[in-house]
Design a protein around this ligand. Sequence first.
Ligand SMILES: [Zn+2]
Length: 136
Amino acid sequence: MKGSTKVIIGGFLVFAIYNELQKRNNQPKIYYNNTITGNYNARTIPPFGIFIKPEQKDNKMLLNHELVHWKQYQEMGLIKFYANYSSYNNELGYDLNPMEIEARILTGEKQECIYGYTECVRNGKALTVQNENFRL
Ligand SMILES: [Zn+2]
């Protein structure tokens, strides 16, 4: 086997083991930084962890929302998590994505904001987070 092939296989195995360990990790690493795109306030990026904007550092409800996504990853696994999430988004849109709806319900978001979350976040009605430029 060529050396470069060994490096690729080795890298894949390291990633696969890291993923298996992360799936069992109930306390994912939280990164507070501004690299989140699309005017989201936070994002869960398995297998690495949860990314939250620095200004939302003390927002417990937003963290709990992201932890629901982490649990979804733990239950579905890496590939299904991304496949399901993106196909729901493509078919139903972000607001009606069942993985988002689950996160809103489990974190106690207002009933009126469960299905119209984007508008609620923009107009300040949402309990989880407020951001007039959300997803713009
Ligand atoms: Zn979410």
